[in-house]
Write a protein that binds this ligand. Structure first.
Ligand code: MGD
Ligand code: MGD
Ligand code: SF4
Ligand code: MO
Length: 730
């Protein structure tokens, strides 16, 4: 295999000192047997990387410069990801709960226990009393298999996935506005845009490698607008920063649209010929004068006008957003309104012109496409649509009536467990105890389960509540595909086998299915066979992969869907023909009447709390909290606050304080920074137990997407040595 060789100086310049290098003894690289060209296991950018493998162990990495998205560059997590495989905590055997905690068990016993429990629970309480939770860190193959397993083997309607905490607001809004749920442009369009608008994304910490694409736009003379309550690293280099009050984006966008319409900075031809519903937008933005918008959003009126002017008059532009606008009870509205901004100027479907949802998890895009959502069948089909149901029932060789209907979403599944309606759970690639809001309730729910099994490679905080833990596979230990934030489906070769008695995830699922008497539907011998079936199942559906195969994916750094036949080379940029995915070909505007967050600040809880990420930690932290260098960069949660707020409350930098919400209390050191609104505090959420930000957050959901409101609730700050002013309501 051809690979890139770089010398040690280059290596150190790029990646910093290595464990294998000391100034005294020089470069001590273990000689690899092979280099595997693959991708990072973390975020949705899916940077290319080459893993160094020796004797079926991963011993390091080298850059993969040919992969166009990152051209060899990696962020701190990508650099350290290889340290997971050899980690001493790696689960190598199934575990079964016992009096003293957990004991190692044989696969036979773990399987038998699980199947007996599933059958017992379902015979006593009905099929839906056993639920399945999946995840979008897993490959497309596993996403497809999870959906098929829940519907045909468990026969439950209650399957959902951790993406429900993530990109579902965009998923819903994209479908409502464009008729298709995918970013419209490849990242290579970013540098070609005259204006790049970044809404609710801490791009440089969460998608570090994309920062360079944005900076290239600036090098080309482009202007960058950032909308965020915090002046994140990318905001520090932008041309216009709008420090929006948490939860008020849809008001802000109404204010910007108000000016654009007033000034005529709209593309009337595009609106007339290619869209519906603009009149409703005119109505809903009518009263959003700059003064009113400033009052609601906290953004100075002059800068609202400036944003309208920059966006309204650009010749090319890209709007990118992530969870900052989605993690709200009005998350779908927010995304729809930002899409209104794009459609109003007609700048979409051309080079350097468009829109994108930056997907979070490694397979944030593909994980939401192939049927592991409660309302979805393969190929992005709708489980409530009779035609779609018949297509998949025929494809699987079952009758339509055998397919369960729409089930509960992820947080609703946890609620139903708490209510005693769901009694058993199988979870893979999800750590809800850390990642779902109001963790006290999540814990109560997990303790109520009659039976809980999970599949993981590290014991997670949620896993500690399990009866059975199956030792599954890390990304490098399996083969498969993922679909990146661009809509590019890429192939991940198998780098090494799972260690010890650990097994490849999908084989665990297939064996459970067989033991449940449904083996005929799960007769897969390699992941490629699952992909072939997934592609065939998607044929004719809204998300069509049917022209793809592993070889084709390898040949051209992946393929962008739709790819509806074997001669098709994929679709990097959507809507080039000005045709949207509705019968009339027109995109849809949605007039948005701004709704505030579910919990407003008041006298008792006067400060906004928002939560999110830091660069060196990943999600619930179950993977990155085990990697020393990443822990050193940011070892524990801190509560970011503005000096004005700190002064008012007499709080010093690094002083431990108490953050109180209606859900719970957290002790956390203050971090005093000038880069946050004075009415807002920020806590990253990557830690469990008493360090978990989700002790504080509010489990209220967007009515359409059912995403929780992670990005805003009301809190108060207390000095620990002061007496608390009030009892925390229980
Ligand atoms: N280092 C790191 N990278 C990651 C991840 C990780 O855990 N760690 N996770 C991956 C995943 S799954 C995801 S989903 C993405 C998330 O990527 P991002 O969405 O970029 O990250 P977050 O920190 O969740 O939130 C982004 C920003 O939203 C802002 N924000 C809060 N409230 C509002 C609001 O009301 N309006 C606006 N406009 N902004 C607001 C916050 O201040 C924050 O800077 O990152 C991916 N990449
Ligand atoms: N307060 C607050 N909470 C949040 C957010 C926020 O911004 N604020 N963000 C939300 C978002 S956007 C997200 S995406 C969620 C994420 O929340 P989770 O999905 O719960 O977080 P992960 O850390 O990815 O948990 C996945 C678990 O699966 C395991 N795992 C990972 N990959 C695989 C695999 O391929 N196979 C198997 N078998 N196991 C695997 C990991 O070891 C880990 O234990 O958190 C949400 N929670
Ligand atoms: S930017 Fe994302 S995909 Fe790239 S190295 Fe970092 S975590 Fe991995
Ligand atoms: Mo996410």
């Amino acid at each position: 295999m051809a690979h890139l060789v770089i010398n040690e100086e280059d290596y150190i310049r790029r990646y910093g000192p290595s464990l294998n290098y000391t100034p005294e003894s020089g470069w001590k690289t273990e000689q690899a047997d092979r280099l595997v060209k693959t991708h990072c296991c973390f975020c949705g950018v899916q940077c290319g990387i080459q893993l160094k493998v020796k004797n079926d162990r991963i011993i390091g990495f080298e850059p993969w410069e040919e992969f166009p998205v990152n051209q060899g560059k990696l962020c701190p997590k990508g650099i350290k990801r290889y340290l997971q495989n050899e980690h001493p905590d790696r689960l190598k055997n199934p575990l079964i709960r016992c009096e003293s905690g957990f004991r190692s068990a044989e696969w036979e016993e773990a399987m038998e226990r699980t199947v007996t429990a599933i059958q017992s629970i379902q015979s006593r309480y009905g099929k839906d009393a056993f639920a399945f939770l999946g995840g979008a860190s897993m490959t497309n193959e596993k996403a497809y298999l999870n959906g098929k397993f829940a519907r045909l083997a468990l026969e439950t309607s209650n399957i959902d996935y951790n993406g429900r905490l993530c990109m579902v607001s965009a998923g819903a809004a994209n479908k409502m506005a464009f008729g298709i749920d995918r970013s419209a442009n490849p990242w290579s369009d970013i540098p070609k845009a005259e204006v790049v608008l970044l809404a609710g994304t801490n791009l440089s910490e969460c998608f570090p490698v994309l920062t360079e694409h944005v900076w290239k736009a600036r090098d080309n003379g482009g202007k960058i607008i950032v909308i965020d309550p915090r002046m994140t690293p990318i905001a520090r280099t932008c041309d216009l920063f709008l420090p929006v009050r948490p939860g008020t984006d849809s008001a802000l966008v109404n204010g910007i649209l108000h000016i654009m319409i007033l000034e005529g900075w709209v593309d009337e031809d595009f609106i007339r010929n290619h869209t519906n519903g603009f009149d409703r937008v005119r109505e809903s933005v009518h009263s959003w004068t700059p003064a009113r918008t400033q009052q609601v959003t906290g953004v100075p009126a002059a800068n609202i006008v400036k944003a309208a002017e920059l966006w309204g008059n650009a010749r090319t532009s890209i709007l990118l957003h992530a969870r900052g606008i989605e993690h709200h009870t009005n998350g779908v509205d927010n995304v729809l309104n930002y899409i209104n901004l794009v459609l109003t100027t007609g700048r979409i479907g051309r080079e350097g012109c468009g829109y994108g949802t930056i997907t979070g998890q490694g397979n944030g895009q593909g994980g939401r496409e192939h049927g592991q959502r409660c309302n979805q069948l393969p190929g992005g089909r709708d489980i409530n649509d009779a035609k779609h149901r018949n297509e998949i029932a025929d494809f699987w060789g079952v009758s339509e009536s055998e397919l369960p209907g729409e089930g509960l979403t992820a947080c609703e599944i946890i609620d139903a467990i708490e209510d005693g309606k769901i009694k058993g759970l199988l979870s893979i690639s999800f750590n809800p105890l850390v990642s779902i809001p109001d963790s006290r309730r999540t814990k109560a729910a997990l303790e109520k389960l009659e039976f809980f099994a999970c599949i993981d490679f590290f014991l997670s905080e949620t896993g500690r509540h399990a009866d059975v833990i199956f030792a599954g596979s890390l990304q490098a230990e399996d083969e498969g595909t993922v679909t990146t934030g661009e809509g590019r489906c890429i192939h991940l070769p198998n780098s090494i086998p799972p260690p010890g008695n650990a097994r490849v995830d999908w084989k665990i699922i297939c064996e459970l299915a067989e033991r449940l008497g449904k083996g005929q539907f799960f007769d897969f011998r390699k992941s490629e066979e699952i992909f072939t079936e997934l592609c065939a199942a998607s044929k004719g559906g809204p998300i069509d992969y049917s022209g793809m195969n592993y070889q084709k994916l390898e040949e051209d750094f992946g393929i962008f869907w739709p790819c509806p036949n074997s001669n098709h080379s994929g679709t990097p940029r959507l809507f080039e023909d000005r045709c949207f995915f509705f019968p009339d070909g027109k995109a849809r505007f949605h007039g948005i009447d701004h709704r505030g967050p579910a919990e407003e600040v008041d006298a008792d809880y006067p400060i906004y709390l928002t939560t999110g990420r830091v660069v060196s930690q990943y999600l619930s932290g179950n993977q990155t909290r085990r990697i020393g260098d990443l822990v050193d960069q940011y070892p524990k949660p801190l509560c970011e606050m503005h000096p004005k707020l700190a002064d008012r409350l007499g709080i010093l930098d690094a002083e431990e304080i108490r953050v109180v919400t209606r859900r719970g209390t957290m002790l956390v050191p203050a971090q005093i920074v000038r880069t946050i609104r004075p009415d807002t505090v920020f806590i990253p959420y990557h830690w469990p137990g008493k360090q978990s930000a989700n002790q504080l957050t509010n489990r209220v959901l967007d009515p359409i997407s059912k995403i929780p409101e992670f990005k805003v609730c009301a809190c108060r700050l207390e000095k620990i040595h002061d007496e608390p002013k009030k009892e925390v309501p229980s």
